[in-house]
Design a protein around this ligand. Structure first.
Ligand SMILES: NC(=O)c1ccc[n+]([C@@H]2O[C@H](COP(=O)([O-])OP(=O)(O)OC[C@H]3O[C@@H](n4cnc5c(N)ncnc54)[C@H](O)[C@@H]3O)[C@@H](O)[C@H]2O)c1
Length: 299
C-alpha cells in the first residue's frame, strides 16, 4: 500500500474527469480543480456519460460505489485549496507547453513538501516543464488512455531527474486505482502506446493515399492476420479525425500524410469525423457499433 490517499486532479475535461472517477471509485479521496465554475458545472453530465460506460464495460459494476465515488469528489477553483493536503497531483490540463509550465508553477508554489507530481501529457516532453514545479525529482508522467475504466493502462514514465522512490510509489498507486501499471524507465515521446500505434496508423494512411487498397480491406488483413479486434481505420474512427489531422499536421514534410490529412479534413467538413459523429471510415449505430464502410473512401 502506498501512502497516497489524497489525490488532486487539475483539469476536469475529457481525461481529467475519467481520472478522478477512477481514483474515487477505487477509494481515494479526490479534489478536482478547474479554472472556472462553468468548467466544473460540466461534471454531472460527464458522470452520467461515464456511468453508462462503467455499466456497459465492467461486469462487477456497482451503482452505489459509483454514487459514493461522485460524493467523494470535491471541487474547487482555488489552487491552494486544491493542493493543501495532496499526496499526489495529477495534471490533465490542455496540451500546451506554456500552459503546463504556468500551471505547474502554481502547483509547485502551493503544494506541501510531501506531494508527488504527475502529468498526463500525451505528446509533450515532461522534462520540458519539470523544472517549473521547483521539485523535478518528484515529477514524472502517469499517462492514462481514453475510456480509463476499460482501457486501463497506466504508463508510468520517469524523466532523468525523477527519484526512483517516487517512480515506484506512482507505479504502486496506479495498481491501487485499478490500472495495469506499466513502467517506462526512460522518457520516450508518445510512451509505448503511441510509439507503436502512430507508425501503424501512418502505414495504413500511406497504403490508402497511394491507392493500394480500400480502408476496409486494409483493416480486414490486419484483423484476420493478427487477431486484433480493430484495424487501423477503425482506430482512426475511434480516435477521431480532428486528433488525426492535428498529429499529421505536426509532420509537414511528410507529403503523403498531408494528403491524407486533407482527405480527413474534407470528411470532417462533411460532418463525418469518426465515431463521435456516427461516421468516419465506417458508419456507426447509436450504440457506437460499426455498420458498414462509408462509400466515399472506396478507391
Ligand atoms: N483526450 C484524450 O484521449 C487523452 C488521452 C490521454 C492523455 N490526454 C492528455 O490529457 C490532457 C487533457 O486532455 P483532455 O482531452 O482531457 O482535454 P480537455 O480540453 O477535455 O480538458 C482540459 C481541462 O483543463 C481545464 N483547464 C484549462 N486551463 C486550466 C488551468 N490553467 N488549470 C486547470 N485546468 C485548466 C479546462 O477547463 C478543461 O476542463 C492533455 O495533456 C492530453 O494530452 C488526453
Amino acid at each position: 500500500m502506498t501512502d497516497i490517499e489524497n489525490v488532486s486532479v487539475f483539469g476536469t475535461g475529457v481525461l481529467g474527469s475519467q481520472i478522478m472517477m477512477q481514483a474515487a471509485y477505487h477509494g481515494k479521496s479526490v479534489i478536482a480543480y478547474d479554472i472556472s465554475d462553468e468548467a466544473l458545472a460540466q461534471l454531472p453530465a460527464r458522470w452520467e456519460w461515464m456511468r453508462a460506460g462503467y455499466r456497459r464495460d465492467l461486469p462487477d459494476f456497482d451503482e452505489k460505489r459509483f454514487d459514493d465515488a461522485i460524493a467523494a469528489i470535491r471541487t474547487t477553483t482555488d489552487v491552494n485549496e486544491a493542493v493543501a493536503d495532496a499526496d499526489l497531483v495529477i495534471e490533465s490540463v490542455p496540451e500546451d507547453l506554456e500552459l503546463k509550465k504556468k500551471v505547474w508553477g502554481q502547483i509547485g508554489q502551493a503544494a506541501p513538501d510531501k506531494t508527488i507530481f504527475t502529468t498526463n501529457t500525451s505528446s509533450l516532453r515532461p522534462s520540458d516543464f519539470a523544472d517549473a514545479t521547483g521539485r523535478p525529482e518528484k515529477f514524472l508522467a502517469l499517462h492514462f488512455a481514453n475510456l480509463v475504466w476499460r482501457s486501463n493502462t497506466g504508463e508510468v514514465m520517469k524523466i532523468e531527474k525523477t527519484e526512483e522512490r517516487y517512480f515506484d510509489a506512482v507505479l504502486e498507486f496506479a495498481g491501487e486505482i485499478g490500472l495495469v501499471p506499466i513502467p517506462l524507465r526512460k522518457e520516450v515521446p508518445g510512451y509505448i502506446l503511441n510509439s507503436l500505434l502512430i507508425p501503424l496508423l501512418n502505414a495504413a494512411a500511406y497504403l490508402y493515399v497511394e491507392e493500394v487498397a480500400d480502408p476496409s480491406d486494409i483493416d480486414a488483413v490486419w484483423k484476420i492476420a493478427t487477431g486484433s479486434p480493430k484495424g487501423p481505420f477503425e482506430i482512426y474512427d475511434t480516435v477521431g479525425f480532428n486528433v488525426a489531422v492535428h498529429v499529421a499536421r505536426s509532420n509537414p514534410a511528410d507529403k503523403r500524410l498531408q494528403k491524407f490529412a486533407d482527405l480527413l479534413q474534407q470528411s470532417i467538413d462533411a460532418g463525418r469525423s469518426g465515431l463521435g459523429d456516427g461516421a468516419g471510415f465506417y458508419t456507426y449505430d447509436s450504440d457506437g457499433i460499426g455498420e458498414e464502410p462509408v462509400a466515399d473512401w472506396k478507391l
